[in-house]
Design a protein around this ligand. Sequence first.
Ligand SMILES: [Zn+2]
Length: 210
Amino acid sequence: MQKITLVAGIHGSERAPVDALKKLGIPFVLGNPKALTQGVRFIEQDLNRVFGEVGNSWEHTRAKEILSEIPGGHLVVDLHTASKITEPFAIIVDLKIKMIILAKIIGIKKVIYIPKRFDFITGSLIHSIDGIVVECGGHEDVKVFNVIEEIVKNCQNQKFHEIEIYEVVGRNCNSDITTDFTEVVPGLYTVLTGAKSHRGGFLARLLRSV
Ligand SMILES: [Zn+2]
């Protein structure tokens, strides 16, 4: 059995995964309790950009604590919600076999692989520890609870599900398309269109279904 630690509330404005795990009675690492209490994304700096970085902000300190709270040998499933309604998708930052196995266990069909050469998400939790991010849906989307319930069940059963891996190849500079996983030219799909700081999001090629 692969040992897995669930993480939620890395962004304090993303309450739904925290509430869902509490309701389900599942233990997890609470990312940014201070920001969660205040209902804000972060206090001083985006926690998901400071893992492995040097600094003295509240989030820098919390990042170090979180890494020490995750037992050795565990893979991380880091649960987020998005500012717009989206179907659930997962993110990985390398293609190590154990990451693909983890993705197949948690069973979110669409998996975006962001190679580390893309610097727009450096310093995330999964840059410091092996794991996967799941964007479970919109912040207020009631379906987020069901997505998390399914992930929890899949982490317990550890059966393999079929997934599609999309590799980010570049920015989508000119698109008016605001929906993820739209095929804009043969083999290339829009992804991360909801990323506020990257208007248009990115383009990804479907690597494979496994
Ligand atoms: Zn988030």
